[in-house]
Design a protein around this ligand. Structure first.
Ligand code: NOJ
Length: 608
């Protein structure tokens, strides 16, 4: 679909808008960021020591994945005490020191809030198990009698996002089988019942606990899952995002509901497939969809919005601009935008963008649809390519089908082309950081880190691996401890060299100390992009497509910068009379990146 309509798809705001409307926010996964005590698990003091890295990189804020008391059945997304730090990661005093240091460095701090479920070791759940059916203790969770004459069939047919049934049967104190409880994730993560006023009051109190300690906001885990459809009806549609993706792929290959951008045919090369990747559109709204949405009675129910309106009121009562960001796997984009209406959350992760892959036609439509949906409610978009739940984009984009997104990659799977993957990742990152709105970075992407694609199965810790009996490898490969110093033990992650997951050999040359001050390194590319993004106020700019480029090129202007992202293989000319400002290929190593042209698999920022 060549560009013919040159009206702005998004109009500029003011650079003085609230910080979060344009912020670049860096995700820290605490157990893999930096270890201060040598046990091989990252911790809060380790993060505090390395905050200068984030300040030098030039981000505005960090988001910390959970560090609360937890048996770590799901990397801390199973919280046993929402008001304390797990000893693995430090103490509340360590947390306070982290926030104080971050604020000194003018970095804001967001923490993760996990409201859909607790740990099975949370005091409430222990009390619920010890109490009788229909007790107030059980009423904080979703306990039900089983179906069938003996109650030995699950209350409905829902399946866990991590594989297997979404229900676990309890054993009564006398040893007989008892009621069942719902867990949309692991069996050690029982779902709370959000129709219970005690649950609502408790989380408002938890918000205040951390707001009082000075946090600048919350990333809200599973924001689309808290409220379930009344009566918990059976659901026979796709239950997991992987199934949703396969469902859309089937739609695409069947030709139904596919946009007119062209269809994938047999025998195409990877490069051709890229240019021709079909876009699937939502039948109701016509918006592009990529399989980033959970569907069915467990997800995205209208009742969740009332919860967020009450939280917004809690945050608004505090000074400073504190924010809520929704982790909501919801499509289409207009449905996702309901989470960021003026009296709800401030941001929602744009997972349709993350899951679009290396697919220019789809991305063009998605970018425009993202602005349309968010502008309609007055919210900024948030662009994101990687996080602790997906294969790192430097590896995703090196797969033969770069729109494919496996749940983990193992030694027996197709191995990504590392060079192509990194080249495309740098181009995609430069595209992302030029887009008006807010952007989220995942630790290590500024180093161009790949996924660990050959982890031993015995080392895998993601419950998905166990619950799917190894069919889905899970997310451990994107959670490997960071390489700080190429020649230090454990690549400088820990003083003893210990690491809770082994670092692959590819990490050493990508260590921070090998990239700092090295022209053309991925780290210096990100630093330059963040500096220029700020200088040119790209985060609050408007966006207008530029006509005259082939289908596999996204070209647009934002303020005085022209961005040309070339997803094809042949070079294209940059805009006439414009000077290159920043280019994603390492020009010191790639003489083909001549001034004024944009080589294949590259993004260049130009200034007029
Ligand atoms: C989303 C988190 O990002 C993921 O890591 C976690 O496993 C699930 N929510 C369950 O809390």
């Amino acid at each position: 679909m060549t560009v013919t309509d040159t009206r702005p798809v998004h109009t500029a705001g003011s650079p003085d808008e609230p910080w979060w409307r344009q912020a670049v926010i860096y995700q820290v996964y605490p157990r893999s960021f930096a270890d201060s005590d040598g046990d091989g698990i990252g911790d809060l003091p380790g993060i505090t020591t390395h905050l200068s890295h984030l300040a030098e990189l030039g981000v505005d804020a960090l988001w910390l994945s959970p560090f609360y008391r937890s048996p770590q059945a799901d990397g801390g997304y199973d919280v046993a005490d929402y008001r304390d730090v797990d000893p693995l990661f430090g103490t509340l005093a360590d947390f306070d020191a982290l926030v104080a240091r971050a604020h000194e460095l003018r970095l804001r701090v967001l923490v993760d809030l996990v409201p859909n479920h607790t740990s099975d070791e949370h005091a409430w759940f222990r009390a619920a198990l010890a109490a009788a059916p229909s007790s107030p203790e059980r009423a904080r969770y979703v306990f039900r009698d089983g179906r069938g004459p003996r109650g030995d069939e699950a209350p409905n047919n829902w399946r866990s996002t991590f594989g297997g049934p979404a229900w676990e049967r309890t054993t009564s104190p006398d040893g007989t089988p008892g009621q069942w409880y719902l867990h949309l994730f692991d069996a050690r993560q029982p779902d709370l019942d959000w129709s219970n006023p005690q649950v609502r009051a408790e989380f408002e109190s938890v918000l205040r606990f951390w707001l009082d300690r000075g946090v600048d906001g919350f990333r809200v885990d599973v924001a689309h899952g808290l409220v379930k459809a009344a009566g918990l009806p059976d659901w026979d549609g796709p239950a997991t995002l992987a199934e949703e993706r396969d469902h859309l792929a089937a739609v695409a290959s069947g030709g139904a509901s596919v946009s007119g951008d062209g269809l994938v045919g047999g025998g195409l090369s990877a490069a051709q497939r890229v240019a021709d990747a079909p876009t699937v559109v939502d039948a109701g709204t016509g918006e592009p969809v990529t399989g980033a949405g959970h569907h069915g009675p467990a997800w995205d129910q209208d009742g969740v919005h009332e919860v967020y309106r009450s939280w917004r009121a809690v945050l608004d009562a505090y000074p400073g601009e504190r924010v809520l960001v929704a982790e909501a796997w919801v499509e289409p984009l207009s449905r996702l935008a309901r989470y960021v209406r003026p009296d709800e959350m401030h941001q929602a992760f744009n997972f349709p963008y993350l899951t679009a892959g290396w697919a220019p036609s789809t991305l063009r439509r998605l970018i425009a649809a993202s602005y349309a949906a968010n502008d309609a409610v007055g919210a900024p978009t948030t662009w994101v390519l990687s996080n602790h739940d997906v294969v790192r984009h430097a590896s995703r984009f090196g797969l033969a089908d770069p729109t494919h997104r496996p749940n983990g990659i193992g030694a027996r799977d197709e191995q990504p082309d590392a060079t192509l993957g990194l080249r495309r990742a740098r181009a995609a990152s430069l595209l992302t950081l030029a887009l008006p709105g807010s952007a989220y970075l995942y630790q290590g992407e500024e180093l161009g880190l790949p996924e660990h694609t050959s982890l031993d199965d015995e080392l895998r810790q993601d419950p998905t691996f166990r619950r799917t009996k190894g069919e889905q490898l899970g997310r451990d490969g994107c959670r490997i401890p960071l390489p700080w110093a190429a020649d230090a033990p454990g690549l400088g992650f820990s003083p003893t060299g210990a690491a809770w997951l082994p670092q692959p050999p590819e990490f050493a040359p990508l260590a921070l100390d090998r990239q700092r001050d090295v022209p053309g390194s991925t780290y210096e590319l990100y630093r330059a992009a963040l500096r220029l993004r700020r200088e040119h106020a790209l985060g609050t700019g408007g966006l207008t497509w530029l006509p005259g480029y082939p289908d596999e090129v996204l070209a647009f202007s934002v303020r005085d910068v022209v961005v040309v992202a070339n997803f094809g293989t042949a070079p294209v000319d940059g805009p006439e009379g414009a000077r290159p400002l920043l280019a994603s290929p390492d020009v010191s190593a790639s003489p083909t990146a001549e001034a004024g042209t944009v080589p294949g698999a590259s993004t260049v920022w130009f200034i007029r």
